[in-house]
Write a protein that binds this ligand. Sequence first.
Ligand SMILES: [Zn+2]
Length: 274
Amino acid sequence: MNLEPFIKGQEQVLELTAWRHLSDQIAAGFTTRNGGESQHPFDSFNLGLHVTDDAKKVNKNRETLSEILGFPTSNWVCSEQTHDNKIVKVTREHLGAGVYEYEQSIKDTDGLYTDEKNILLTLCYADCVPLFFYSPEKERIGIAHAGWKGSVKDVGGKMVRTWCKDGIEPNEIYAVIGPAIGKCCYVVDDYVKNFVDNLLKEDFLHPYDQVSENQYSLDLKQLNYVLLLKAGLSKENIKVSSYCTSCEENLFFSHRRDKGKTGRMMNFIGLKEV
Ligand SMILES: [Zn+2]
């Protein structure tokens, strides 16, 4: 049985299909590097405005995505991501933030959620873990960006706790952990490993293997899975993508593989009013 929560749609997009049985209003997914305008090393569907690519090309790529999704860019919201764990509740007053001008992005924010329809939440990635959240009861949606820093700051768990303050039970929340750098390609040192140890303590199996002295292959997707369980989500409600952004060179940009000179994918979620 194929448990991959994403399927290939048009060449630019992996569609999140895992929640189709819960709602036919959700537009959610993760973009690929294909089918865009940008030139090397941002070839070609770069959606990051902050990576020294030609902004005109990025904006063209964003318009292409908007057409594919049927979500006008005026209804998008983008943020300035800082590998921290600040989470913002998005309302209509944020519409259009950072879509064409990076400086207009919501500041210093790595998690977005909303209760409103026809808003597309977006965040950018090149190896970090994209998290998706959905509460069918409240019709609330969210996304969060979790690299190793965001992960050890538990941005995903913080999203869950934020929602629970509004009366949502953790076992009513669905989460998807999207394409990110896999354990196969992600080696860290003691500095990072110690943050993981301090966070998980004795409660859970720690998601890394030592490969040599001071070197550990770390499974960031598994770390986020464990943190979501710790936050109270049920196992059945968490789906994990098997895509590794570094292995799949034909599909994804990878900050680590491409030595920092690369484009950005985007994860997105919106609820369409029918
Ligand atoms: Zn890999």
